[in-house]
Design a protein around this ligand. Structure first.
Ligand code: SF4
Length: 488
């Protein structure tokens, strides 16, 4: 399998990777189906709101510091810009930067545009965006409306490319095309790979560090310096110039397999930059695997082994203490697939029993044709774990949590932790992708979980005072009552 750079559009994950949003069973059962090539998606005959790939692409690209994003859509499709701006503030604070708003412009498609088209609006909006912001690149994201009426965005950009002296990159991420919002990451990275990254002029000691907000940047800079390497944090908070030189890096690593697989494999395929395809660096096994993968990619195996031995010795006593406190607690995990699989393992390292893993989709393979290391790792463990796949359908999650009554719900999306808390279950939201990062990060995360399970009054009091929108009837039904049988 390879990425098609001659096409302006990245195929969605369902078509490209065989990814699914409907499954119920166990981790070993899921991997057995993948091995036997029998995994098929299961649709739901009832569905609540979820997220969309356009929002995902917008949120990710809007934090490139010297680019502008033009959202060719009705204004509501850009509503997530408020959230993106909040995230942007957080990343700026981490870097001690002065705050500036993200640069997002919306073409405000209205009803008559669906009849007559809106390419003139798009053309003028791009010109205006260039006049106002003088960016070093403009990304144009699509939407359900521009996609359904068949707007010829590529022709508009080709025409304007002769007029404007910066890359104009289309990002085909119409929300209706994919149930997997991570398809938006791929669309964003496809635009970067095809329009921004230039062929290498020289090889450097830089490491493309694919992530979101980069809160652990100081720690990563310090760690990589031990191996004479220098991280470049991609793509939020980077510049177009930095992105254009990703081809010169010694390797690419990622904080998240779901996020990084397209750009990592793409850079490897197109420019020969090695992509480290290991576990995520969460917890001990994850950090061991991640550092060893990096060491192998850049020929620093011995220095990496010395670092691992040193760091593990530093945390050994405190890890035993925190593990003794957490052993015996039961948790449910709800996250995107790569984070979900890696956090199941991380919680187990802290002595917590994971009684269910819910992931928002599942990729049976990445763009190099191999299964994610994180699911292979879980499938090889002695204990099998019940799991489900769904595009964050809260009605299923609430039914499940009500049935399992775990001590803790650990998730990466606020849209589900708030409901678990209202149900009376202490919840931890892993909004910072560097929570539980590496050895000391595991200890810090362990203390955070211990605080959550020993301070239950918020969840208890909320549950007493709040009426959930789900009826007793639903709470007594089979959690997966609306998950239909197999469809192709
Ligand atoms: S699903 Fe479509 S209409 Fe809804 S926000 Fe996403 S792009 Fe816009």
């Amino acid at each position: 399998m390879s990425i098609n750079f001659n096409h302006s559009e990245a195929a969605i994950r369902e078509n490209r990777l065989g990814s699914v949003t409907g499954y119920q069973g166990t981790i070993k059962g899921l991997v057995a189906q993948v091995s036997a090539c029998t995994l098929k998606n299961k649709e739901r005959c009832f569905s609540q709101a979820s997220a969309c790939s356009s929002g995902c692409a917008q949120s990710y690209l809007s934090r490139i510091v010297d680019a502008v994003m033009v959202v060719h859509a009705p204004v509501g499709c850009a509503a997530d810009s408020v959230y993106s701006n909040t995230q942007n503030k957080w990343g700026e604070k981490v870097r001690s930067w002065k705050h500036r708003n993200i640069s997002v412009v919306n073409t405000n498609m209205v009803e008559e545009d669906t009849v007559f088209g809106a390419v003139n609006k798009l053309r003028e909006t791009i010109r205006e965006a260039y006049r106002r912001f003088h960016p070093n690149a403009i990304f144009v994201t699509t939407s359900c409306v521009s996609g359904i009426i068949g707007e010829d965005i590529q022709s508009v950009l080709d025409e304007l490319q002769e007029e404007l002296p910066i890359p104009l990159a289309p990002v085909f991420c119409e929300g209706f095309k994919s149930k997997i919002w991570a398809s938006g990451f791929d669309a964003a990275f496809h635009a970067i790979l095809t329009k921004i990254v230039k062929p290498p002029e020289q090889k450097t000691n830089k490491i493309n560090m694919i992530n979101f907000s980069g809160s652990a940047r100081n720690q990563i800079v310090e760690t990589l310096a031990r191996f004479d390497l220098e991280p470049v944090f991609v793509a939020p908070y980077s510049t177009i110039d930095q992105l254009s030189r990703m081809s010169e890096a010694a390797a690419t690593i990622s904080i998240c397999g779901t996020l990084g697989s397209y750009i990592g494999n793409g850079l490897e395929q197109k420019f020969g930059v090695p992509y480290v395809k290991t576990l995520q660096p969460h917890g001990i096994a994850g950090m061991d695997s991640w550092l060893r993968g990096l060491g192998a990619a850049v020929g620093k195996e011995r220095a990496v082994e010395e670092y691992i031995t040193e760091q593990k010795a530093l945390i050994a006593d405190e890890l035993a203490e925190i593990k003794a406190k957490l052993t015996g607690y039961r948790a449910v995990v709800g996250m995107g697939p790569s984070f979900g699989h890696n956090y199941i393992r991380t919680l187990q390292e802290l002595g917590i029993e994971v009684v269910w893993g819910a992931t928002w989709h599942f990729d049976p393979q990445y763009d190099n044709g191999e299964a994610p290391a994180s699911i292979e790792n879980l499938a090889q463990a002695e204990r099998d774990i019940p799991m489900s796949v769904g595009d964050q359908q809260n009605y299923e999650l609430l039914n499940l949590l009500n049935r399992l009554k775990p001590d803790l719900y650990v998730a990466r999306h606020g849209g589900s932790t708030v409901w678990a808390t209202k149900l009376g279950i202490p919840s931890v939201m892993v909004v910072d992708e560097y929570s539980a990062f590496g050895y000391q990060g595991l200890i810090d995360f362990g203390h955070r979980l211990n605080d959550a399970v020993t301070n239950r009054s918020l969840a208890r009091n909320l549950a007493k005072r709040i009426k959930l929108p789900y009826t007793d009837w639903w709470m007594q039904q089979n959690t997966f009552a609306f998950l239909a049988e197999e469809v192709v």
